[in-house]
Design a protein around this ligand. Structure first.
Ligand code: ZN
Length: 463
């Protein structure tokens, strides 16, 4: 029995005042009853994986891959791919996997029925994501996949001292309140989450938001780095004390140089970030000792491919993250191209885990590049060092409609006036090396995207 999942729709329809006692009672139940056996098993699996040496990890990953492929072999895509390569699910090796073709989000969108593994309707649910390019993406998710994903998340957060039921403020792209109405807060008593609307982190609402957070007394704040930055800066400008936190749990956005340091100084605590996707094909998180992302191979097997499709094994070489996710048996996502880029980290981590590590993840799914007058692409990674040197810039956004020219929106740091920060603009122009003309404008506020995230580049050129 899973209290949360089976009764969720009924529960979510209740008003907050009715949810409170349910939350309080449900927290008294044993974990398997509240979160289900899928959660318990996945948490055990994640804990075990941390203790395995490379050889055991290789063995366990191979064995999980074989059972996953057998379970999704009812999907036409899986059957045909294996047949085409002359390989069998129950004899598959990691080397064999690397010879199979890759698939993309577009493939899944166009041929969803081929990727879907037959299963009873009650075993899966339909998930829609906003998609960073604005095009919605729908797919099947095994009903237990979310519980397994939550288990891996809790396991990773435990490295910061997090325990189930610790009070958490959440700043993610969830619209609060019913359709048409806007709310600043929503409380979820089963998980003890206080949701704060990321669309309302403005001077008008921040005092009320800080007061509610102080009264809630959280141990963790979880959310988008850009949203946390707005909140954090407001503690500095208002002179109010931030809550005493064990960590900031970051998700879903690129961390720009200097941003981590600013967040840690605003909130006087450490940051901890992890990487995952709605498709549940990959999970990687930091550890106690390092900011490198430790990949969980029993969740999803990660490969890095260069532009010609070659597998990258050496550290420091950036390639696309291609993942074979084993958490969602409703879909045969074998060697799925994520559109995100990373490089392998060198050497071993002092935490002693043998999990493979990514140095950091660059999200190219947001099309974060500018087009120069000659058609050259200038990526976000090349531009961001300037964020760190500009004390008077809180955030900026580059909006490009034509190659060779870009609107630069600048939101100034509190108390730095409204004039264009010359040094920042000049440094940016120098980096663009005459390829792109910059038209700077100081604005009061740069609005977040539909999903409440901040984007540094809004690329509006049709390709
Ligand atoms: Zn480590």
């Amino acid at each position: 029995m899973r209290i949360i999942h089976s009764a969720r729709s009924v529960y979510e329809a209740l008003p907050e005042v009715a949810r409170m006692p349910i939350g309080a009672v449900s927290r008294l139940l044993p974990v398997p009853m509240r979160l289900g056996s899928a959660f318990v098993e996945a948490r055990r699996e994640a804990q075990r994986a941390s203790a395995l040496d490379s050889e055991e990890l290789y063995f366990q990953t191979t064995s999980k891959l074989r059972s996953f492929l057998s379970e999704v072999s009812g999907a036409a895509y899986c059957r045909e791919t294996l047949m085409g390569a002359g390989l069998e699910a129950n004899r598959m090796t990691l080397e064999g996997l690397a010879t199979l073709p890759t698939c993309s989000k577009e493939d899944v969108r166009e041929h969803l029925a081929d990727f879907a593994a037959p299963m009873p309707h009650s075993g899966r649910k339909w998930v829609m994501t906003g998609g960073t390019t604005g095009e919605p993406f729908g797919f099947w998710l095994e009903r237990d996949a979310s519980a397994r994903d939550w288990a891996y998340t809790v396991n990773a957060w435990a490295r910061t001292g997090f325990e189930l039921d610790d009070r958490r403020v959440v700043l993610r792209g969830v619209r609060l309140g019913a359709r048409g109405s806007r709310r600043l807060f929503a409380y979820e008593p089963i998980r003890r989450e206080l949701y704060v609307s990321v669309f309302d982190l403005s001077d008008e609402h921040l005092p009320a938001i800080r007061a509610r957070i102080a009264a809630f007394n959280p141990r963790f704040i979880h959310g988008y780095p850009s949203a946390l930055e707005s909140l954090g800066a407001s503690y500095v400008s208002s002179g109010e004390e931030p809550p005493r936190l064990d960590a900031l749990l970051l998700v879903s956005e690129n961390l720009y140089p200097g941003q981590r340091e600013r967040l840690e100084s605003y909130f006087r605590t450490r940051t901890f970030s992890f990487y995952g996707m709605s498709e549940k094909v990959v999970f990687a998180a930091e550890c106690e000792c390092s900011h490198e992302l430790h990949v969980e191979p029993l969740y999803g097997i990660v490969e890095l491919l260069d532009e010609s499709g070659r597998t990258i094994t050496e550290p420091g070489v950036v390639g696309e993250i291609v993942a074979t996710g084993m958490m969602n048996r409703a879909l045969a996502l074998i060697r799925y191209r994520t559109g995100d880029y990373a490089a392998w980290a060198a050497g071993a981590c002092s935490c002693g885990r043998h999990l493979p590590r990514l140095d950091s993840v660059h999200g190219h799914r947001m099309q974060e590049y500018l087009l120069g007058a000659t058609g050259v692409r200038i990526t976000m990674t090349a531009l961001t060092p300037h964020m760190a040197v500009a004390d008077d810039v809180k955030r900026f956004q580059l909006i490009q409609n034509v190659p060779g020219r870009v609107r630069l929106l600048i939101e100034k740091a509190p108390g730095t006036g409204s004039e264009v920060p010359k040094g920042f603009v000049e440094a940016l122009e120098a980096k663009l090396a005459g390829q792109v003309t910059v038209l700077p404008e100081v604005v009061r506020e740069i609005p977040p995207t539909e999903r409440g995230k901040h984007r540094c580049i809004v690329q509006e050129i049709e390709e």
